[in-house]
Design a protein around this ligand. Structure first.
Ligand code: FAD
Ligand code: MLT
Ligand code: ZN
Length: 476
């Protein structure tokens, strides 16, 4: 019985009319149980639209397997039937990478939510891919350790998701990317075979780095079912400052002064005056500083002794040096100060009349000021009704260009204008969110033809029938 029709864009076959699927539904239900095969429109609604509200899709079934064995059986079934599968964790991705397009099965990892072990001696965490980031952070903290990756979507994002997008987040400047702390994975290939690379050893140098290859693969090479992560030692005491500055150069001078004082950067974020205004208006909070400056840097620092006292000294020098215009400092992680930064994503989404165009990019730090100035002029001249809100992990060169009120008809045009500007500044069109479906058309701005050919060959070796996430991260 023909269960699918080939699609004209060469991606994986899609199912025939829903009615013919009862055989597949029964097959899936026999594996995971009928309660974990969702088909009703209202039950699947949350799985077929992304966090930004821009990406919508259609699935004929959301499947929620309970363990690696069930994931393997589900993939083997879909592979035999030629039905594409989209892996999905917390669905907080911002490039449309976890959303089915035309009928793919959504394989939700949320039931793979067991924290298996925290090893305080080896400083490792073994957990299911569906464990939420916040739950993993709490489990690590019980042993005086930290996950190492932190991001504002922590309550929903999953460990499989942060590995598959190689998430950066606010702690990357100190702990590196998620990939850098991935010691092992258990994953299921498109045909159902299980690959396990699982060793708590920091040094294990046999063959290719398979875990490293699956990190950042955005669900196109395998479905990750378990992860083994290296944990980090959190700082004993920190201090947090919001510093108003007029230029990027001043923010970088303050960054250097902090390091010169023997303090360690736990985080270095940047906001603009418009972004702070937006957060204050949307969240009903007062501006944090008396003076409105072009930029406000957030630094969280740790140090050998009392970081707050050391930071006060750095700031008073910076003040007299005309680097810092105004500042507010608090002991510790200072949730009140962090809220001004972490409130950006929600505030932008709430304020925009259209789904926010979220362009997560990176530029070399020496060019950041020029980039921001050129971007601001370009948007002002060519897209005067669009509201740009830029913020992000600036010490990593990472700017989150959020464009509000973009008319649907001009999304691609404004995306192209911004990404071309990034490329002209020697930057990357994706700093931490990945490519997904959002940036497919621009992948050539960061990877040349030979590079794309090799990546396409790797993908074909893992998934020759293009079953896994066929519409994401394509290199043709
Ligand atoms: P999903 O959105 O479900 O999926 C993301 C991608 O990974 C998809 O391609 C999917 O197919 C694939 N995938 C998911 N699970 C698996 C699996 N088990 N096996 C194989 N493939 C899988 N991102 C950052 O990097 N830094 C930030 O600071 C940051 N801040 C954010 C703040 C907010 C408020 C929001 C809403 C998002 C933010 N994000 C950030 C984006 C998002 O949280 C990350 O990309 C996160 O890693 C996605 O995890 P998830 O579990 O939601 O994955
Ligand atoms: C963040 O750092 O808050 C997100 O990665 C950026 C965004 O929401 O655009
Ligand atoms: Zn970010």
């Amino acid at each position: 019985m023909p269960l699918h029709h080939d699609t004209d864009d060469g991606s994986a076959p899609v199912p025939a009319a829903d009615g013919e699927w009862s055989a597949i539904h029964d097959g899936l239900a026999a594996i995971v149980g009928r309660a974990h095969v969702l088909t009703d429109a209202d039950m699947v609604a949350g799985f077929v639209t992304d966090w930004t509200g821009h990406w919508h899709g259609r699935t004929t079934a959301v499947v929620r397997p309970a363990d690696t064995g069930e994931v393997s059986a589900v993939l083997a079934l879909c592979h035999r039937a030629g039905i594409a599968v989209v892996p999905q964790g917390g669905n907080t991705g911002l490039v449309g990478g976890s959303i089915p397009m035309n009928g793919e099965v959504v394989l939700s990892t949320t039931r793979l939510d067991r924290i298996e072990e925290v090893d305080p001696v080896g400083r490792t965490l073994a957990a299911g891919a569906g464990v939420r980031v916040a739950a993993a952070q709490r489990a690590a903290a019980e042993h005086g350790l930290a996950l190492g990756t932190d991001l504002a979507s922590r309550e929903s994002a999953t460990l499989g998701g942060i590995v598959s997008t190689n998430a950066g987040g606010v702690a990357m400047v100190k702990n590196g990317s998620t990939r850098s702390r991935l010691l092992g994975v258990e994953a299921v290939l498109a045909d159902g075979r299980v690959v396990t690379r699982w060793t708590p050893l920091t040094k294990d140098n046999i063959g290719y780095d398979l875990p490293g290859l699956l990190a950042g693969a955005e669900g196109t090479l395998a479905v990750i079912t378990r992860v083994l992560l290296r944990l980090v030692l959190p700082a004993r005491t920190t201090a947090t400052v919001l510093a108003g500055v007029d230029t990027i150069s001043a923010a970088l001078t303050l960054r250097d002064a902090i390091s010169a004082a023997g303090l360690t950067l736990e985080a270095g974020e940047l906001m603009t005056a418009d972004g702070l205004d937006l957060v204050c208006a949307q969240q009903g909070v007062r501006r944090p500083l008396g003076t409105r400056t072009a930029y406000t840097a957030l630094f969280e620092v740790s140090g050998p002794a009392d970081p707050a006292t050391a930071l006060v000294e750095v700031l008073s020098d910076a003040d007299s040096g005309g680097i810092v215009v105004d500042a507010v400092l608090e002991d510790g992680h200072a949730p009140r100060l962090w809220h001004y930064r972490e409130g950006h994503t929600e505030s932008a989404a709430a304020a925009s009349s259209t789904p926010v165009v979220k362009l997560d990019v990176a530029v070399p730090l020496p060019t950041m000021q020029n980039f921001l100035d050129e971007l601001s002029a370009l948007l002002h001249d060519d897209f005067p009704t669009v509201r740009p809100i830029c913020f992000g992990h600036f010490v990593d060169g990472n700017v989150h260009v959020n464009l509000l009120d973009v008319p649907a008809a001009r999304r691609d045009e404004v995306t192209d204008a911004v990404l071309q500007t990034v490329a002209r500044h020697g930057g990357s069109i994706s700093a931490e969110h990945g490519i997904g479906r959002a940036k497919l058309a621009w992948i050539g701005l960061g990877r040349d033809a030979v590079d794309r050919q090799i990546m396409a060959a790797v993908r074909a070796a893992f998934d020759p029938d293009s079953i896994l996430n066929p519409h994401v991260l394509r290199f043709a």
